[in-house]
Structures are given as structure tokens and as C-alpha cells.
Write a protein that binds this ligand. Structure first.
Ligand code: FES
Length: 250
């Protein structure tokens, strides 16, 4: 298929940036979206131009690196799909595709489509550790966990920290991401020991990083490539207020 690409080009954090238009021909519908950008970059290199910078790592929908806006949607038109898992068969011959980086104050653009998502790392870091009793390896079923709770914790743990929730939210809120991380630990017995301090510290760091507030529009869940549920946000709010009212901190 033949395509026209409008790609955001920005030399660095202080550069104003802008869209550049490129033509691509003979793109296979079986290519992934990132492979299509690889083809573009080979074309740019042959022409002596700097390739488009973009983040990627696993290309299997696991690492969350491949964050970009495609035609105004986080990770593109296909639901529950990260950019690296999006295939060109989702587009038609002759399409014009617009590609942009995440837009959020807490995710400054580093270059082209690459943004700095280290704010997420600092929120995770603020959450601290999970207490474990060292010693002999315990049997896997030594601590019984009800199936429903285990499933909910697992679903929360499927968050790949890509930042689509922030990019999709009109407030650039990180509540879906933070609530998934809070939930996956708060739900399980091993994570309950520090649950109060964890949610307080992670929420404080989230505010410090400049993310907006949640106003329950649901864009985060709708655009999340892993379908992380808003139920996690409700759980995080319960965890947070529970911690505030019964805090051991003096
Ligand atoms: S490159 Fe890892 S999730 Fe897309």
C-alpha cells in the first residue's frame, strides 16, 4: 500500500518542533506499525536525512516503550493493542497517517516521538518495597489467595506503564497507572504490610510530577492497550482514604 505520513519532528526538548510529511510506497499490510517506521527510517537514511526517533524494545506488547499517538489516538485505531502489535492491515491504501508523541507536561518530549516517562519510575520508587521474610523457599500455596482476588491482582499487574492513560486523559492524569500499581500489591497478602504508606507516597509523588486529577471520563481505560479497569481507580481511592483516616504515621 502507498501511504502519506505526517510525523512530528522535534530536535530536542527546547525545539519548537513541527510535522513533516513523507511518502511511503509498497508497504505490506503484514508489517507492524513499527516496521513501517523502520522502512521510513531506511528511506530517510538513504536520502541523507536523520531518522525518526521512537522508543521500542520488546515489540511484543510487553514493555510499554512504543508510546505514540496515531491519528489522534494513543497506540492507534485498534483497541487493546500496543503500537508494536498494530499491523498495517488496520490502514488502507492511500491513507494519510499522523504520528505524534505523547502530550503531557509530565512527559516532556526528548526527541521526535520519544518522551521522558521517568516520572512513572519515580512514582514506583516512591511506593517502596514489599516486606518478605527471607529464609527457606516457601511452598507456592503456603499463603492461600482466593481465585477472584488473584485474578484481580493479575489483571492490575498487566499494566505495561506505557503512559497511554495519561496521553488519552484531558487532564493528563496518571490515576489509572498508579491505581494499577497500588492494586496489584494491595490486593495480595504479601503487599498488605506497607499498603498504607505505599498509596500515600505514590499519590504524593504523582502530584509532585505534575499529573492532573481524575475526572472519571474513562478515556484512560478506553485507550489502555491492556484494558486496565477503572475499578482500580476506585480501589486506589478507597486505599488512599483508608490510609489517611487510619494512618500509623505521626
Ligand atoms: S515495544 Fe514493547 S510494548 Fe511495544
Amino acid at each position: 500500500m502507498n501511504l502519506t505520513l505526517n510525523v512530528w519532528r522535534q530536535k530536542g526538548p527546547s525545539d519548537k518542533g513541527g510535522f513533516k510529511t513523507y511518502k511511503l510506497s509498497d508497504i505490506s499490510e503484514h508489517m507492524s506499525f513499527l516496521e513501517m517506521i523502520d522502512v521510513l527510517n531506511e528511506q530517510l537514511l538513504r536520502g541523507g536525512e536523520e531518522p525518526v526517533h521512537f522508543d521500542h524494545d520488546c515489540r511484543e506488547g510487553i514493555c510499554g516503550s512504543c508510546s505514540m499517538y496515531i491519528n489522534g489516538r494513543a497506540h492507534g485505531p485498534q483497541q487493546l493493542t500496543a503500537t508494536c502489535q498494530l499491523h498495517m492491515r488496520s490502514f488502507k491504501d492511500g491513507d494519510t497517517i499522523t504520528v505524534e508523541p505523547w502530550r503531557a507536561k509530565a512527559f516532556p518530549v526528548v526527541k521526535d516521538l520519544v518522551v521522558d516517562r521517568s516520572a512513572f519510575d519515580r512514582i514506583i520508587q516512591a511506593g517502596g518495597y514489599v516486606s518478605v521474610n527471607t529464609g527457606g523457599v516457601p511452598d507456592a500455596n503456603e499463603i492461600p489467595v482466593p481465585k477472584k482476588i488473584a485474578d484481580e491482582a493479575f489483571n492490575a499487574a498487566t499494566c505495561i506503564s506505557c503512559g497511554a492513560c495519561v496521553a488519552a486523559c484531558k487532564n493528563a492524569s496518571a490515576m489509572l497507572f498508579v491505581s494499577a500499581k497500588v492494586s496489584q500489591l494491595a490486593l495480595l497478602p504479601q503487599g498488605k504490610v506497607e499498603r498504607k504508606t505505599r498509596v500515600e507516597k505514590m499519590a504524593a509523588q504523582m502530584d509532585l510530577e505534575g499529573f492532573g486529577a481524575c475526572s472519571n471520563t474513562g478515556a484512560c481505560t478506553a485507550e489502555c492497550p491492556k484494558g486496565i479497569s477503572q475499578d482500580n481507580i476506585a480501589r486506589m481511592n478507597r486505599e488512599y482514604f483508608g490510609a489517611k483516616f487510619t494512618s500509623d504515621n505521626v
